[in-house]
Design a protein around this ligand. Structure first.
Ligand code: PGA
Length: 246
């Protein structure tokens, strides 16, 4: 694991953007794995700036999002399809046929999972995947005790995740309880991974991911087994990493 500790959220976002820009310059038809939540918003803002300055071109880029809530239409303000439009896609020249998000409203959810996994394989796999981390150590919506062998699948959200995500909804009862998520195996098949974490509330999960036992109880700990992972964390999120690991 390559661990980069930066001062704050803005520095984390800039550093991650530089790695993404480098990836796209090296391989203009890169397949990117994208994430939602508060963590990658700054990264997307930086990428939009690079695009507007003419430094990168998304015309040949493909993108796959990690997850989507079940039962929210893409037009719902809290769907991840909507989030991606507002925070990235509508500001850059990525082609609509080139970005993919699992459908939260598919009639046959298992079929949708199979379709999504096959689409990633057809694209040649993911070159660079961005991840956040939940306070419970989840990556994507792979909650504690997930099987490392899982590919794209339907997941039940943890109580902690539902509580954490309630801030985006008017009422906690409106937070979906299920989602479709890439599995741990899907994520581990990415050729490169960048995980971002900011803020003291992520410090325990980050410390466990880097310095703790590799266990499904803390899904992100599986990243210790990936050959090409960069962890970019701000000082607060890094504050509990054991010193032997830095
Ligand atoms: P957050 O979520 O970026 O909103 O903190 C991260 C995650 O749950 O993976």
């Amino acid at each position: 694991m390559n661990i980069i500790i930066v001062k704050n959220y803005n520095d984390m976002s800039r550093k991650a953007a530089h790695l993404f820009v480098g990836q796209i310059l090296q391989k203009p038809d890169s397949v990117l794995g994208l994430a939602t939540g508060s963590t990658p918003v700054g990264l997307y803002t930086e990428l939009i700036k690079f695009y507007k300055e003419g430094m990168i071109d998304f015309n040949d880029v493909q993108a796959f999002n990690l997850d989507e809530y079940l039962e929210l239409k893409p037009s719902h303000e809290q769907s991840y399809a909507y989030f991606m439009q507002k925070n990235l896609f509508e500001h850059i020249n990525i082609r609509p046929e080139n970005y993919h998000i699992p459908s939260g409203t598919a009639n046959y959810q298992e079929k949708e999972c199979e379709r999504y996994e096959a689409l990633i394989a057809e694209a040649g796999g993911i070159d660079l995947q961005i991840l956040g981390i939940g306070r419970n150590g989840h990556i994507g919506f792979n909650e504690p005790d997930i099987k490392f062998e899982a590919i794209t699948h339907v997941v039940q959200l943890d109580e902690q995740t539902i509580n954490d995500n309630a801030r985006f909804f008017d009422n906690i009862d409106d937070v979906p309880k299920t989602a479709i998520s890439m599995g741990i195996k899907t994520i581990m098949q990415s050729r490169g991974i960048i995980l971002l974490a900011s803020g003291i509330e992520k410090a325990d999960a980050v410390a466990g991911m880097i310095g703790g036992k590799i266990t499904p109880e803390l899904p992100a700990s599986v990243l210790q087994l990936h050959p090409n992972v960069t962890i970019i964390v701000d000082e607060a999120a890094a504050s509990k990493i054991p010193s032997k690991n830095i």
